[in-house]
Design a protein around this ligand. Structure first.
Ligand code: NAD
Length: 249
């Protein structure tokens, strides 16, 4: 396991699902994890289980973000790792989509990433060190599904944001990378897309859905000193789902 001893990590959407897996994995690697989530009950439980701290955070609320980042920076005097992961993926078909649906999805998935990263990048620049890992999706630039148009657009935008931010902050010792999960067994996947393990697993060459820890391991790698010279990159973690099979002709 990568050694993140003494590092301060912020994980958004850290209470449940992939964010919980990231929080647990970073904590196992030695980081002190700030579990930041809108869900107080689940966030407190996750933070307690890993010896971390909980901060109630709605990533759509810029004032709330700046306040939480300030509290963490004042208490710990640094933030080494940001895993900006909070996101939603409701199935919304184009002809049913309202402006409100558009705003809700964009605000959490894209605006939320930008305004969480902004004050933390400033701090990382001042400390001349930082590791930012953004949760995109294979739906960002590889796959698609009916009802996923705006979701896919936000996840593609995260990749664009990641590349330019990586270049902008490279000279300040800050790396910015992305993870692109395939189907990961979370409550979100079940509730928002109705994907159950057996059904989803059939579409994956490994014949299982991913586990949140599978994404956590990739985030720990990007956060580690071993990934020192890697920036602006996206890593697909999908059990082989995106590989087109050679037709059996
Ligand atoms: P999930 O619904 O299981 O968990 C999401 C967490 O984010 C929850 O704890 C929730 O409370 C929190 N959250 C929601 N809105 C928030 C807000 N406004 N502010 C702060 N926290 C908020 O979802 P998941 O499956 O773990 O997905 C996490 C991320 O991974 C998302 O960005 C999603 O797009 C991405 N992703 C998931 C999958 C998958 O198969 N599960 C695949 C690709 C990408």
């Amino acid at each position: 396991m990568f050694d993140l001893t003494g590092q301060i990590a912020v994980v958004t959407g850290g209470a449940n699902g992939i964010g919980k897996g990231i929080s647990e994995t970073l904590a196992k690697a030695g980081a002190h994890v700030m579990v930041c989530d809108i869900n107080e009950e689940a966030g407190k439980a996750t933070a307690e289980a890993i010896g971390g701290e909980f901060y109630q955070l709605d990533v759509t609320n810029v004032v709330n973000i700046e306040d939480v980042v300030q509290q963490i920076a004042t208490k710990h005097e640094k933030i080494d790792i940001l895993a900006a992961n909070a996101g939603i993926y409701p199935e919304v078909y184009i002809e049913n989509m309202t402006e409100r649906d558009w705003d809700t999805i964009q605000n959490i998935n894209l605006k939320g990433i930008f305004f969480t990263a902004k004050p933390i990048l400033k701090l990382m620049k001042e400390q001349n060190y930082g590791r930012v890992i953004l949760t995109s999706s294979i739906t960002g630039d590889i796959t698609g599904y009916p009802g996923g148009s705006i979701y896919g657009a936000t996840k593609a935008a995260i990749l664009g944001f990641m590349r330019s931010t990586a270049v902008e902050y490279a000279k300040f010792g800050v790396t910015v990378n992305s993870v692109q999960p395939g189907m990961i067994a979370t409550e979100g996947l079940k509730k928002q897309l109705g994907i159950l393990s057996e059904k989803g697993a059939a579409a994956v060459p490994m014949k299982r859905l991913g586990e949140p820890e599978d994404i956590g391991a990739a985030v720990a790698f990007f956060a580690s000193k071993e990934a020192n010279y890697i920036t602006g990159q996206a890593l697909v973690i999908d059990g082989g789902q995106i590989i087109p099979e050679t037709p059996d002709v």
